[in-house]
Write a protein that binds this ligand. Structure first.
Ligand code: Z5A
Length: 208
């Protein structure tokens, strides 16, 4: 059995963690080993970088520092978790990966796409997700969900325009790479989103 590398992307509060757990259950039920992880994070060192990145306290990183920290965490995560799991033919489902960098640090913060692509090659070599599931919804909906949860991290305090740029960045990439991206309507209720997820999971499982 071969593994798959699936990443889940979307704006704030789009339902990524919920979708990840749902997909993992379906794929495990079909007899595969699933490794769930997230970015930034996934190893102790990468989780420490995550804390620094999300903290709303203290010195605010400039955009280049933020970009380098994201890739520093990713280098650790790819080497210690993602590659070993894929070598063991596990399915890796990751809550965010490099497409988030193109959307947040690229489209929203204005960092050069070419610089991001160079770091992507340095850190990942040829490794790319087999499928990027984009949970698309108007940013207002996800932000309202996140804000209902309480204390906000540094990203959650951004202006709504920032999130419009994030969404546009993701949708541009989805249009440019239709073979890799699957765009789901995440503004539907839980049942509606899970029906869409079930249908993509069935396709993957039928393919392997
Ligand atoms: N970041 C970056 O800048 N560059 C990078 O390269 C990477 C990340 C990798 C942390 O991400 C931040 O890192 C992120 C970008 C930056 N900041 N932002 N924004 P994160 O993924 O950990 O943080 P998040 O986007 O804030 O995720 P989240 O708040 O945990 O949301 P989620 O996982 O997408 O949603 P959820 O937890 O599954 O659901 C949220 C709530 O909605 C929850 O109560 C659910 O029960 C509910 N829910 C879920 N689905 C539905 C539906 N369909 N209807 C109604 N309610 C629902």
């Amino acid at each position: 059995m071969t593994g798959r590398f699936i990443t889940i992307e979307g704006g704030e509060g789009a339902g990524k963690s919920t979708a990840q757990a749902f997909l993992a259950r379906r794929i495990e039920a079909a007899g595969h080993v699933v490794r769930q992880s997230r970015e930034p994070g996934g190893t102790p060192l990468a989780e420490a970088i995550r804390q620094t990145l999300l903290s709303a306290e203290g010195e605010v990183p400039v955009a280049l520092t933020e970009l380098l920290l994201v890739f520093a965490a990713r280098a650790q995560h790819v080497a210690k978790v993602i590659e070993p799991a894929l070598q063991q033919h596990e399915w890796v489902i990751c809550d965010r990966f490099t497409d988030a960098t193109y959307a947040y640090q690229g489209a929203a913060r204005g960092m050069s796409t070419e610089v991001i692509a160079q770091l992507e090659r340095l850190v990942q070599g040829a490794r790319r997700p087999d499928v990027v599931l984009l949970l698309d919804m108007p940013p207002e909906v996800g932000l309202a969900r996140a804000r209902a949860r309480g204390e906000l991290d540094r990203f959650e305090r951004e202006e709504i325009e920032f999130y419009y740029r994030v969404r546009a960045g993701y949708l541009d990439r989805a249009m440019a790479m239709p073979d890799r991206y699957r765009v789901l309507d995440a503004s539907q209720d839980l049942e509606g989103v899970q029906e869409q997820l079930q249908s993509v999971a069935d396709e993957w499982l039928n393919d392997c």
